[in-house]
Design a protein around this ligand. Structure first.
Ligand SMILES: Nc1ncnc2c1ncn2[C@@H]1O[C@H](COP(=O)(O)OP(=O)(O)O)[C@@H](O)[C@H]1O
Ligand SMILES: [Mg+2]
Length: 378
């Protein structure tokens, strides 16, 4: 008889035979043990059924199964049922284990889902932290850049302050020197004349008149000099009469002293500008005119004040020798503050300053200051 489990088959046949010959309940245990062996051999219920079938064929010569009268068939069936018991139990156990495994799997799946979610959260957190870190680094860089910029600015400011202080000092020195040279000398001269007058009471009337006239001229000169200082420091006429008269007065004095021709063309509406703006224009004109007279050797200087859309433009141009504007304005350590001060004043009132110096033609200083809304409606 062909079978996949020959040893088990013979064992089964032997035990079945023994049972059929003497079917006592004790032998039920033997049937069960065969079932257990079948489970161990990894047999299915169907395999066991076939094995039982084959055993029946094997024993067909020894026992009569065709009639149910002697009950052999029934006994054989009972035997088979007992052999199935361990298998059934095994299957039940397997089912239970499977159920447990399924539950376990379900739990694992849940746990895995939770893990995936917390992984996702972690990944997000990592991204957030990285971004925060990058932002912190960037913020630090920006902070450093700003800090360095402010240090440079502070340095510049300190430098400028020192320059302003030294410029003020120079100006004071100049005023003091001129007061000494011009006014004091004249006063000393007057004193000498007066002393001579006191001693020479015996002088004739004519000589006396001549001396008095000379002394009067000296006094006049002193008065004029003192007026000039006062005008240059702060021309009263700018406050009392306005920008255009102040410019006329200043240009008249400058033209006489420096032997230069100065022409003024001015738009009257400029007087509607606020005080501080007119002062800026006056100071810029004063510096540009002095520069043209002092540095350019110009023969003619023109002052033009006109209205352009939304702004007032002032130009001071000379026909003298040119100079390198950029070099003066962007000198790393400027000693001269005229042009720089001009630019500072203009920028303080949101204006623009351009200086054009062309060899053979001369220099033009051009400023444009925006018309404040109130200034156009006096
Ligand atoms: N209109 C001008 N023509 C020729 N050179 C000029 C003129 N204005 C300025 N400069 C040159 O620019 C320099 C700087 O001028 P500024 O800043 O006013 O200082 P300062 O007048 O005290 O020398 C002058 O020393 C001069 O060489
Ligand atoms: Mg100057």
């Amino acid at each position: 008889m062909q079978t996949a489990h020959p040893r088990l088959f013979s064992h089964y046949v032997a035990i079945l035979r023994s049972y059929l010959m003497d079917p006592v309940p004790d032998k039920v245990a033997a049937a069960r043990s065969v079932g257990t062996l079948a489970v161990t051999a990894n047999m299915s219920t169907l395999d066991l059924a076939i094995l039982h079938q084959n055993a029946m064929v094997e024993l067909a010569d020894e026992f009569t199964f065709t009639t149910s009268r002697n009950g052999r068939l029934k006994q054989a069936c009972g035997f088979f049922a007992q052999a199935l018991v361990p298998m059934e139990k095994h299957q039940r156990d397997t089912r239970k284990t499977n159920q447990r495994l399924q539950q376990h799997n379900k739990f694992l799946r849940l746990h895995a889902a939770e893990l995936a979610q917390s992984n996702k959260k972690l990944a997000k957190e990592v991204v957030r932290r990285k971004a925060a870190e990058a932002a912190a680094i960037k913020g630090h860089d920006e902070h450093l850049a700003l800090f360095q910029e402010s240090e440079v600015m502070q340095k510049k400011l300190r430098q400028l302050t020192r320059q302003i202080i030294s410029a003020q000092e120079n100006e004071r020195k100049e005023i003091s020197r001129e007061l000494h040279d011009e006014v004091v000398q004249t006063l000393v001269g007057i004193n000498v004349e007066l002393a001579a007058l006191g001693q020479g009471a015996a002088l004739g009337m004519r000589a006396l008149q001549t001396k008095i006239a000379r002394t009067q001229r000296l006094v006049e000169n002193s008065v004029n000099e003192v007026h000039r200082f006062a005008r240059e420091l702060r021309p009263a006429v700018l406050d009392d009469l306005g920008l255009i008269p102040a410019l006329h007065a200043y240009c008249k004095g400058l033209a006489e002293r420096k032997k230069v021709k100065i022409e003024i063309t001015a738009f009257g509406g400029v007087e509607n500008l606020a005080d501080d703006r007119r002062t800026v224009l006056f100071r810029v004109a004063q510096e540009a005119l002095t520069n043209a007279a002092r540095h350019a050797n110009a023969t003619v200087i023109k002052v033009l004040i006109q209205q352009i859309p939304n702004a007032i433009r002032m130009e001071i141009s000379d026909n003298g020798k040119s100079f390198q504007v950029d070099k003066v304005l962007h000198a790393p350590n400027p000693k001269r503050l005229g042009l720089i001060g001009m630019r500072e004043r203009i920028e303080m009132i949101d204006g623009r300053l351009t200086i054009e110096s062309i060899p053979g033609k001369g220099t033009t200083v051009r400023t444009e200051i925006p018309l404040a809304p109130a200034a156009s409606h006096p």
